[in-house]
Write a protein that binds this ligand. Structure first.
Ligand SMILES: [Zn+2]
Length: 333
């Protein structure tokens, strides 16, 4: 019964909206009325977990951060859920990557930006450090988190927006951001050193989709994505065939799967190469557009990069400690 189902969902949404309004009013009254009470936490909503990690690290106890996209979630195709809408409506500030990463959320976040503070923090990377989109003229590759040097601009943008929201916390946010940026700089140095141990001819990173252009640009690796920069368009048979031929001709020995992209194309490439008598192995699973499980080292920005760098280095014959930069990586199988 479509009519009554629609009516039902409309009613639920009206209740949800009413609840949000009521709660918002109550919170405002509380924080304004109770003298000497701790100030209310700043409600931050971030689209990706990488941005949420920065907001948590900088905001500390002063923020309550919600990440819309958890482990394994693909931001290129993600659409907001009803609970996302509730969180977005209640938020004091919304951070998203922008650069057309969250293609399905653009319109919604654009509208929301007319009514509240919504910032595309990925666009804080200076234009001369952005890489052009391979498919769309005038657009840029959105995967800026893959290079710690570029990502620090995003972290600084998150810090500055939080300071604008809560000027009394400036010293705290500055100090937290400094400590966080120091760790990001450390993982950048580790990445450069580890990845340089791979023999030059083997510095080819073949992945499920084109998420590693900034990584390749920063660390001197050639990158090949089976699918393009966005996962929205499927890789056709001719694309798979061309990649197989390249793998065989260049004797590429490892390809990488990604936690947020289905692995069927990678499997097709491996099978195609095998049919031509060339063996390719899966070099490991990389965190491309989403981090690991919350509460784990891989579920932090630094841990995500550490995991990727260590996995790539070891799979391509370079040397890196099995447990990564700080001995914190989970060793699988
Ligand atoms: Zn991507």
């Amino acid at each position: 019964m479509p009519t009554s189902a629609t009516g039902w969902s409309k009613r639920i949404w009206t209740h949800a909206a009413a609840f949000v309004v009521a709660t918002g009013v109550l919170l405002t009254t509380d924080s304004g009325a109770v003298a000497g009470a701790a100030p209310a936490k700043i409600k931050v909503v971030a689209t990706t977990s990488m941005i949420a990690d920065a907001a948590n690290a900088i905001g500390g106890e002063r923020v309550e951060v919600t990440a819309l996209m958890g482990p394994g979630v693909d931001p290129h195709t993600y659409r907001q859920t009803r609970s996302d809408i509730v969180a977005l409506v209640k938020a004091d500030v919304v951070f998203w990557n922008g650069l057309y990463l969250e293609a399905q959320l653009e319109e919604f976040l654009g509208d929301l930006g007319k009514r509240k503070k919504v910032f595309a923090v990925g666009e804080a990377v200076p234009p001369d450090q952005l890489i052009s989109h391979k498919t769309y003229a005038g657009r840029f590759d959105p995967h800026v988190w893959m290079d710690p040097d570029r990502w620090k601009h995003v972290v600084l943008a998150v810090r500055d927006r939080l300071i604008e929201l809560s000027p009394d916390d400036e010293a705290l946010f500055q100090a937290n951001a400094d400590a966080y940026l120091k760790r990001i700089a450390e993982i950048g140095v580790y990445a450069r050193e580890a990845l340089a141990t791979v023999r030059e001819g083997r510095r080819v990173l073949l992945t499920a989709h084109d998420a590693f252009n900034y990584f390749g640009n920063s660390f001197g690796y050639e990158v090949i994505g089976i699918q393009g920069i966005s996962t929205e368009s499927e890789a056709g048979l001719s694309r798979i065939r061309a990649i197989v031929e390249e793998i065989v001709a260049r004797k590429i020995s490892a390809v990488f799967v990604e936690t947020s992209v289905a692995d069927r194309n990678v499997r097709a490439v491996i099978e195609g190469a095998a049919a031509l008598g060339h063996q390719v192995t899966v070099g490991g699973e990389l965190f491309s557009d989403a981090m690991g499980q919350p509460g784990t080292y891989e579920g932090t920005y630094v841990g995500m990069i550490d995991h990727n760098v260590t996995t790539i280095t070891r799979a391509l014959g370079g040397s890196a400690p099995e447990r990564g930069m700080a001995g914190l990586l989970t060793v699988s199988g």
